[in-house]
Design a protein around this ligand. Structure first.
Ligand code: ADP
Length: 355
């Protein structure tokens, strides 16, 4: 029978299947214990949204059992602590990772994906905030079906100054803020640069987000103004680019990637939305490969998504029987693991040579 130290050594030398460094280097082995002929191993993941955990259990089981007929069972338990840059410190934002969701043009399902990403990560056990920065068409309040409004409370700072803080709306444990809560439905606002900058800064600085694992930001389509403000205020974990499979939409997505590159926001990857018979399928994946950018998954076109979005019930996309649940969970996991990889592998960011 292996000693616990020997088990530890074997497990520590295995490579994490996603991050490509050993469990030892990543300090992921939290406990090893043998009881009789059973070996128990506890692995701490960098996110609860880790894709395909069974690959880790399988590799550990094989490594521990190798040449050890006495070991009858290996039980691998998972815990997780979300890793993050915590880059909002200077503005008092306690979010480990800030993720922007953008697109080259409107109507490709960016808000649907951003809202689903927030719900999905929450469903998988993370603390999540959703900031709707799509000032030109703030649709998040409608999609989450929130009836409450944000409130303002006065708090006193350490220096005795009285300031106003925004309480985000809590929708089933998801903290939400949107320009849509502050505008009347028929009110048009012309957003000049400085005004936009102030509004976004206030959303980030003056909202009581609390401690978050992920803050998801739904950006307006196309423009770089808000992205520039964001990259000046904090170091984003990265951007998710949403596009639909047709050729024109793909060209717009390339523009969006170029815009993020210009404002130095890392690209986490591309999501293909609305794949299916109408718009085709696979275009975004091919484009991601060509551009050397991660492909985060595809969400098929399904009238159930539109109906649930319109009815303010996006959260129900994650109910067990829903056909969109699986592709959405996969997208959430891919986003979360890309964020972890950026942090733990410290890779070179993909650059677009054609731009
Ligand atoms: P954007 O934020 O890019 O403007 P939205 O998220 O508001 O786009 O989506 C536009 C419309 O398309 C909405 O009515 C939404 O419900 C619908 N929609 C988004 N994704 C899908 C999908 N995969 N299948 C069916 N309808 C979708």
């Amino acid at each position: 029978m292996l000693s616990e130290a020997e088990v530890l050594q074997r497990v520590r030398s295995l490579k994490d299947p996603e991050i490509g460094r050993t469990f030892g280097e990543l300090d992921m082995v939290k406990a090893v214990q043998t009881t009789g002929s059973t070996v128990h191993v506890t692995i701490e993941l960098p996110t609860p949204a880790y894709p395909g955990k069974h690959r880790i259990s399988d590799a550990i089981t094989a490594a521990v059992k190798e040449g050890q007929p006495d070991v009858t069972a290996v039980e691998v338990k998972f815990t997780s602590v979300v890793q993050g840059k915590m880059s909002g410190g200077a503005i008092g934002l306690r979010a480990k990772n800030v993720i922007a969701v953008g697109s080259g043009k409107g109507g490709v399902g960016k808000s649907t994906v951003a809202t689903s990403l927030a719900y999905g990560l929450k469903t998988l056990g993370c603390k999540v905030g959703l900031m709707d920065a799509d000032v030109y068409g703030p649709s998040v309040p409608h999609m989450v079906g929130s009836v409450d409004r944000p409130t303002a409370i006065k708090v006193r700072t350490e220096s005795g100054e009285e300031i106003e803080r925004i309480q985000p709306v809590d929708v089933d444990g998801l903290k939400v803020i949107s320009m849509g809560y502050f505008l009347k439905p028929d009110q048009a606002v012309i957003w000049r640069g400085p005004l936009l900058h102030r509004a976004i800064t206030q959303f980030l600085k003056d909202t009581d987000w609390g401690d978050l694992d992920y803050l998801i930001i739904d950006l307006p389509p196309g423009t770089g103004d808000i992205s520039l403000t964001l990259s000046q205020l904090l170091g984003l974990a990265g951007a998710v680019v949403v596009c639909s499979p047709q050729q024109v939409a793909l060209l717009d997505a390339i523009k969006a990637i170029s815009m993020f590159n210009q404002v130095k926001i890392p690209i986490l990857g591309i999501v293909e939305n609305m794949s299916g018979e109408i718009f085709g399928r696979g275009g975004a994946k091919a484009m991601a490969e060509e551009l050397n950018v991660p492909f985060l998954g595809e969400l098929p076109i399904d009238s159930g998504i539109r109906i649930r979005g319109d009815a303010g019930r996006i959260s129900t996309l994650f109910s067990e029987e829903n056909p969109s649940r699986e592709p959405l969970v996969q997208i959430c996991e891919q986003v979360a693991i890309q964020v972890a990889k950026q942090l733990l592998v410290a890779p070179k960011m993909p650059t677009l040579e054609i731009l």
